[in-house]
Design a protein around this ligand. Structure first.
Ligand code: CA
Length: 385
């Protein structure tokens, strides 16, 4: 609603009556329709008369996430709002949550095949297509949010990953980060690596593979299926994101131990995907607008997490949640298993190694630097917090 109002104002301001008509079309589309109909072109000028020379471009975005996650899905909405604002409403992106156009885990395919022009997702969902895509999001014991952003934007990481994404006719843009995640919700205490044996835990991706090597029984459940499984004891534990998102799913009602850190996701980066054919057809100034808008969305997402997690943690503690830190024994075993897996994958695939080796070097250098001023300050300042 807010975006529609915004678009109406932006377009009406720029193009008068004709623009308002275009905005109405956009509004009806966001409630489930399509500007062009099912058989129409995916990306085209709308034909609406305009008082300026900017071509009309209307794209659709499909997300891996539900609308209710105002942190992550909100990033897609910020992208759309910024693109519309910077183009005076001429370039619009309709945002669709998971399931409206395609299921949440089919975003890569939908962008690759041109079903939509844009996707919002996490690249580690697609490691079945290419394991190295995980580095676009995060790997266990990898980079924190700021380190990941530095590596992608200024450390050569994005170029390496765009080379991989070219195989899928996709150009990828960093689109936000959750920051370090929590380890998740456990019905009983886990004191040593031995306690992981036989533990039934919901955890996807490489983190799940590591847990599996440590003897846990790993299950992958979609967001809406986790709570009942935890409540009924089908699983003993689950990870999700962090206090703000986790609170919404209510896990604290059925599992009181809240472990940290989520060593498998120290700084997962979300991504926007754009179909390369659509990108090539986009006017150069719109390409610049999209690129800037994606960076805006990334900043806003991280800020929302950083602004909302602290209060959410306080509320959870008020509900009797018990914070527990993973023991060094667990962390050591998990890190060892992680690097065994990363090295095995590098051994098996030269293109994986071509990303892994520079990433490993960047990680090593980053950790030396972050282990000085940031670490010393954090260790001193957060004592007793
Ligand atoms: Ca997670």
């Amino acid at each position: 609603m807010k975006r529609r109002e915004f678009l109406k104002q932006a377009v009406a301001g720029a193009a008068g009556v004709a623009g308002a008509a275009a905005a109405t079309g956009c509004g009806s589309s966001s409630s489930g329709g399509d500007n062009f109909g099912a058989e129409g072109p995916r990306s085209a000028t709308t034909g609406a008369p305009a008082v300026h020379t900017q071509p009309k471009v209307s794209w659709r975005l499909t997300s891996s996430f539900p609308r209710g996650l105002d942190t992550i899905f909100g990033g897609a909405e910020v992208l759309a709002e910024r693109v519309a604002a910077m183009s005076n409403g001429a370039f619009t992106i309709q945002t669709h949550p998971a399931g409206e156009i395609v299921p949440g885990l089919q975003v890569l395919d939908a962008v690759q095949q041109g079903t939509v022009e844009v996707g919002q997702t996490a690249s580690y969902y697609y490691t079945g297509k290419n394991p190295a895509l995980a580095f676009d999001t995060c790997v266990p014991f990898g980079l924190t949010a700021r380190q990941q952003t530095a590596w992608l934007e200024e450390g050569g990481g994005l170029e390496l990953l765009r080379d991989l994404f070219a195989d899928f006719n996709i150009i990828n843009f960093p689109g936000g980060n959750t920051g370090a995640q929590m380890g998740g919700w456990f019905k009983k205490e886990i004191n040593s690596a031995h306690d992981l044996k036989g533990l039934k835990i919901r955890i996807p991706g490489l983190g799940g593979e590591v847990m599996n090597r440590l003897g846990a029984t790993v299950q992958v459940l979609a967001g809406g299926d986790i709570y009942p499984a935890l409540e009924r004891g089908v699983i003993d534990a689950t990870e999700w994101v962090g206090p703000y998102d986790d609170e919404k799913l209510g896990f604290y009602k059925v599992a009181k131990y809240y472990y940290y850190p989520g060593w498998w996701e120290p700084g997962p980066s979300l991504s926007f995907y754009v179909n390369r054919d659509d990108w090539a057809q986009l006017p150069r100034d719109y390409q610049a607008i999209f690129t800037s808008a994606a960076k805006d969305a990334a900043v806003v997402m991280q800020a929302r997490y950083d602004a909302r997690n602290p209060a959410a943690l306080s509320r959870l503690l008020g509900q009797g949640v018990q914070l527990k830190k993973f023991s060094d024994d667990i962390m050591d075993a998990a890190q060892k298993a992680t690097f065994e897996i990363l090295e095995e994958q590098a051994e098996a695939d030269p293109r994986y190694r071509a990303v892994y080796e520079p990433w490993k070097k960047a990680r090593s250098e980053a950790f030396r630097w972050w282990g000085t001023a940031e670490l010393a300050y954090s260790q001193f300042a957060y004592r007793g917090a």
